[in-house]
Design a protein around this ligand. Structure first.
Ligand code: SF4
Length: 359
């Protein structure tokens, strides 16, 4: 279907969709007002992350860093601590780079055009469209997975929504349809419909949908089979052994390299592969530790976008100093100062990952 034909088909959805949104929108902290910085922070946090998980992070982040200038000047360790547990840490680093651009080029504000927003580090087509429409009132669509699903069903499109051209065509069609007097409400209404009614999987809640009579997939009874999406490539699997060590009340942690996965964050000592007890002792000895009371910990799994970690763990009291670049933390210092990724939550404990933020 051409973007023009799709636009003709979608044109009638705008009014009922926006009406429905105004009566049914969830109360969320980033909807209190449409300050561009607040909208931008929420859109970055919501990438790949559920609304309920984002809310406490969002409130804490805005309290600590209420402006682009504050974000631009934030020390990296503190920024990582604020982001700890939210995952995809490059988002936070890119936000800081973008905030520095705002300070240098835009007087400490977000830029005011779609193109300039899109040129910021970490801001793609979707985020630029969301901020432009919600915060700046510009008629720019924001097409994410939710919106692709909804449009695909409304049009009974059997095109593969993983194909970049399909996303471009949907975006072009929505550009023609988005109401000029309330683009932000339209953008949020589509997102809200995808999040709350036109759910993924085989079970959209069509009975409560404001677009029930405009939806071709529902009329054809094929809504549960749409959208069509080509399967992703399988993730690479990696096996690692994690060591939770303790010497006189202190825990040794090491900083991950400045390049690659989880860069610059803190982690417990690790070794490649799944080590049995004897191998674990030998690995610790190679690090300069003598292990006492070596005890196995339950296995754990952590899934990243392109790789999956299968972890086993060993706990031990140790003597010896270990490598020179290890730092020894009290449990309290670990809580307050070290940003430890959720990948290690099974071994360092959930509480340790949700500590207060140092001021
Ligand atoms: S009628 Fe059903 S399938 Fe169509 S948009 Fe609404 S919830 Fe989605």
């Amino acid at each position: 279907m051409t973007p023009e034909a799709l636009a003709r088909q979608l044109a009638p959805i705008a009014a009922p969709l926006v009406d429905w949104y105004r009566q049914n929108a969830r109360v969320l902290p980033w909807r209190e007002n449409t300050d561009p910085y607040r909208v931008w922070v929420s859109e970055i946090m919501l990438q790949q992350t559920r609304v309920t998980a984002v809310i406490p992070y969002y409130l804490r982040f805005l309290e600590a860093l209420p402006t682009p200038a504050a974000l631009a000047a934030c020390p990296e360790d503190r920024l990582m601590k604020l982001w700890e547990g939210l995952g995809y840490y490059s988002r936070a680093r890119n936000m800081q780079k973008a905030a520095r651009v705002m300070v240098e080029r835009y007087g400490g504000q977000l830029p005011s055009s779609f193109e300039d927003l899109k040129a910021l580090p970490g801001v793609g087509e979707y985020t630029a469209g969301a901020v432009a429409s919600i915060a700046l009132g510009l008629p720019c669509p924001a097409v994410d997975g939710n919106v692709l699903r909804v449009v695909s069903r409304l049009a009974a499109s059997r095109e593969d929504i993983a194909a970049p051209q399909v996303k471009k065509d949907f975006s072009a069609a929505l550009s023609a349809v988005i109401p000029r007097d309330c683009p932000g409400d339209f953008t949020q209404a589509l997102m809200e419909l995808g999040a709350c009614v036109c759910l993924p999987g085989g079970d959209p809640l069509c009975g409560g949908c404001p677009l029930w009579d405009l939806c071709r997939a529902r009329a054809l009874g094929i809504q549960g089979r749409l959208p069509v999406k080509a399967p992703k490539k399988a993730r690479r699997q990696e096996e690692h052994t994690v060591f939770v060590l303790e010497r006189e009340g202190l825990l040794p942690l090491m900083k991950r390299p400045e390049k690659g996965l989880l860069r610059g964050l803190w982690q417990p000592p690790m070794a490649a592969g799944h080590l049995d007890g004897e191998e674990a002792r030998a690995a610790l000895s190679a690090m300069g530790f003598l292990a006492m009371d070596l005890r196995p910990l339950p296995p754990a799994r952590h899934i990243f976008t392109h790789v999956q970690w299968e972890l086993v763990g060993w706990q031990a009291r140790v003597s010896g100093d270990g490598p020179r670049d290890f730092r020894w933390f009290t449990p309290r210092a670990l809580l307050e100062e070290a940003a430890v990724p959720t990948a290690f939550a099974a071994y360092l404990g959930g509480k340790a990952l949700k500590g207060p933020i140092p001021r």
